[in-house]
Design a protein around this ligand. Structure first.
Ligand code: MTE
Length: 346
């Protein structure tokens, strides 16, 4: 994976925390009044009310249109993150502009700004996900059938990229296990494989001559990892709908693993007996393992992994912090790997 100097994030784009908080308060008070009569007034009203309890709530997010009318109702019923680890970190949230403009989504291009600046044509309605393999209920499910029964909740997780930058993001979604059990996997389902949409018409990075990925982007988890309560499917962030650049309409979030495992814009989930091929492992297996657990003791061949650059940053101030084993989620997930040599299974 390439490390780039993030010159694409202008310091003027970064909202200082105090300004963000003031604006957040202001928006909470005014959003319902000012926007109540607009086209998306219902959803925004609900979001404004829910925002009182949600940990993350950005005024910029209010301008996002609901992907489809039924989403408005789902977002009116989001349960706020509890005030404790592991579902809330207590750390300063990475501001909305950084979360949504400093992205890796190679289907739109390789620069951090490409996913936000080149995704206007991307469509999430209609959207369907193929469920296949070792399950009792395979099929092609449309998004409403898939997400309709799920109770949405907020979770504030750390995201640690293998490139050694990190963020703290208030996601909205549901535990992956709650989705998985609906398809009734059988005893041969030892791994879960995920694939991203490939649509050259709306994803300009796909046919780029600089593209290095053999599309579709693929990721995978062992079934015990996929059914761990921390593994999450995100459909929103910062109190609102997931922007295209963050993996709309649904993406994986596995907070104890490097960010490349958290595959975006999922169109296929396949249950299988053998370990699947995964994009970065196929591209450079000595640099990117299948497990990709955040591990400050196992360095990337080209850079160290014991420190990380926490976003936001300005041109003049960069914040470096120590990287923690399993990204700070060791108490919850270390037992998944007992007896394994993590330097071998990196
Ligand atoms: N999923 C797809 N389909 N394509 C990608 O290029 N990049 C991964 C991951 N999921 C990627 C992807 C990487 S390297 C990271 S660090 C995270 O998405 C970044 O998520 P974010 O942009 O929402 O912060």
């Amino acid at each position: 994976m390439l490390i780039k100097k993030p010159s694409d994030v202008k310091s003027s784009e970064i909202t200082p925390e105090n300004v963000y908080r003031k604006r957040r308060e202001f928006m909470k008070e005014t959003a319902a009044l000012a926007l109540g009569g607009s086209l998306f007034g219902g959803a925004l009203n609900a979001l404004a009310q829910n925002g009182d309890a949600l940990k993350g709530r950005a005024p910029e997010a209010l301008s996002l249109a609901a992907p489809a009318p039924w989403w408005e109702q789902k977002f009116a019923e989001v349960s706020p993150a509890p005030d404790q680890e592991p579902y809330f970190t207590g750390e300063t949230l990475t501001p909305y502009p950084d979360v949504t403009r400093y992205n890796n989504f190679y289907e739109f291009g390789m620069d951090k700004s490409d996913p936000s600046s080149r995704s206007e044509a991307f469509q999430t309605d209609p959207w369907s996900v193929e469920i296949s393999g070792e399950v009792a209920k395979p099929g092609t499910y449309n998004l409403e059938d898939l997400l309709g029964p799920m109770q949405l909740e907020e979770r504030v997780y750390r995201l640690r990229c293998v490139e050694a930058w990190s963020m703290v993001i208030p996601w909205i979604g549901f535990p992956l296990v709650d989705l998985i059990k609906r398809f009734e996997p059988n005893s041969k389902a030892k791994f879960v494989e995920f694939e991203t949409l490939v649509d050259p018409d709306t994803m300009p990075g796909v046919n780029s001559r600089f593209a290095i990925v053999d599309w579709p982007y693929r990721e995978g988890l062992r079934i015990d990892e996929a059914t761990h309560p921390l593994a999450f499917i995100a459909v929103g962030l910062y109190g609102s709908y997931l922007p295209a650049q963050n993996g709309a309409p649904m993406r994986l979030v596995v907070p104890w693993k490097y960010g490349f495992k958290s595959i975006k814009s999922i169109v296929r989930i396949n249950f299988r007996e053998t370990m699947p091929n995964t994009t970065w492992n196929d591209l450079q297996s000595n640099e990117y393992g299948f497990y990709a657990n955040v591990n400050p003791e196992v360095h990337h061949p080209r850079w160290r992994q014991d420190m990380e650059r926490r976003l936001p940053q300005t041109l003049f101030s960069r914040q470096y912090i120590e990287t923690r084993q399993f990204n700070g989620y060791a108490d919850q997930v270390a037992s998944l790997y007992s007896g394994m040599d993590l330097a071998v299974h990196y």
